[in-house]
Design a protein. Structure first.
Length: 245
C-alpha cells in the first residue's frame, strides 16, 4: 500500500453486512479496511433464533465476533472510527474520520444502517427518506456512482441478520467482479474437481488435497470449540430509549 490508510476497498460499518462484504473482498486479495463506529445494532439482540446453521440459535455478540475474526482471517484490517466526510476525487474516494484520519480507496461500501451524512453532496447518490434514510441501489448494491456501494439495511434490505449478511456478501462479490481482479467465483473444491476434467482452476477457486482439506477442517473445528467453549461475556446492549431501573 502507498500509505497506512490507502486501500482497494473501504467498508464503512462493521455489522453483519460490512463484515460479510469484507470476507469476500479480502479473500479476493483486495486490500480492505473495515471502519466501524460504535456497536452494531445486532449487539442489542438477546438471542439470535433464526440464523441458519444454528438449530438452537446463537448468541448474537458471539456471531459478530466470529464474523469479525473471519474477516480478519480473510485479510481485512479493522479500525474504530467514525467517517464524517466522503468525496470522490478523480477515480479515488477520500474519507475523513471525526479525528481527522484519512482513508483512501478505489471502492467504498457503505454499510451503516441509516447513517448517510457522509454521503451527502456526492453527485449521483440518491438518498431515500422513509422515516429513516436509505440509499437507492441496484440489486447488487451499486449506487449511481461507480465504485460506491451500499449494503444491508442502508440499501433497503429487510431487517433480518441473515438477509443483511447475505446482501453484504452479494455486494462484496459485486465489488470483486467490478474490480480488476480475475474472478470466476469463490469456491473451494476437492482435488481434481476442475483439473480432473481437464480444466484449469478458475480465478477465485481453489482445489484441496485430502490432507489439506482435513487440516482445514481440523482448524475450523478447533476455532469453533474455542468460540463456544463458554458463554459470551457481554450482555445485550439495551435500546437507548429504555429507562434504567
Amino acid at each position: 500500500m502507498a500509505s497506512a490508510n490507502d486501500y482497494d476497498v473501504l467498508i464503512i460499518g462493521g455489522g453483519p453486512a460490512g463484515l460479510s462484504a469484507g470476507i469476500f473482498t479480502g479473500r479476493a486479495d483486495l486490500e480492505t479496511a473495515i471502519v466501524n463506529d460504535g456497536d452494531p445494532i445486532l449487539r442489542r439482540n438477546a438471542h439470535l433464533e433464526n440464523y441458519p446453521g444454528f438449530p438452537a440459535g446463537i448468541n448474537s455478540r458471539l456471531l459478530l465476533d466470529m464474523m469479525a475474526d473471519q474477516a480478519e482471517r480473510a485479510g481485512c484490517e479493522h479500525h474504530d472510527a467514525r467517517i464524517v466526510t466522503l468525496e470522490l476525487v478523480g477515480d479515488e474516494f477520500i474519507a475523513e474520520t471525526g479525528a481527522g484520519e484519512i482513508f483512501t480507496a478505489t471502492s467504498v461500501v457503505a454499510a451503516t444502517k441509516n447513517t448517510v451524512e457522509f454521503l451527502e453532496g456526492i453527485d449521483g447518490v440518491e438518498i431515500i427518506e422513509r422515516g429513516k434514510s436509505f440509499v437507492e441501489t441496484d440489486d447488487r448494491g451499486r449506487t449511481g456512482v461507480p465504485g460506491l456501494y451500499a449494503a444491508g439495511r442502508l440499501a433497503l434490505q429487510p431487517y433480518q441478520t441473515i438477509i443483511i449478511a447475505g446482501h453484504g456478501a452479494s455486494v462484496g462479490v459485486a465489488v470483486v467482479e467490478d474490480s480488476d481482479v480475475p474472478f470466476y467465483h469463490d469456491w473451494v473444491a476437492p482435488e481434481g474437481y476442475f483439473t480432473g476434467r481437464g480444466r484449469e482452476i478458475p480465478p477465485g477457486c481453489e482445489e484441496l488435497s485430502p490432507t489439506e482439506r482435513q487440516q482445514r477442517e481440523g482448524e475450523s473445528l478447533d476455532a469453533m470449540r474455542e468460540a463456544v467453549a463458554k458463554p459470551h461475556p457481554d450482555e445485550p446492549i439495551q435500546h437507548p430509549s429504555v429507562q434504567e431501573k
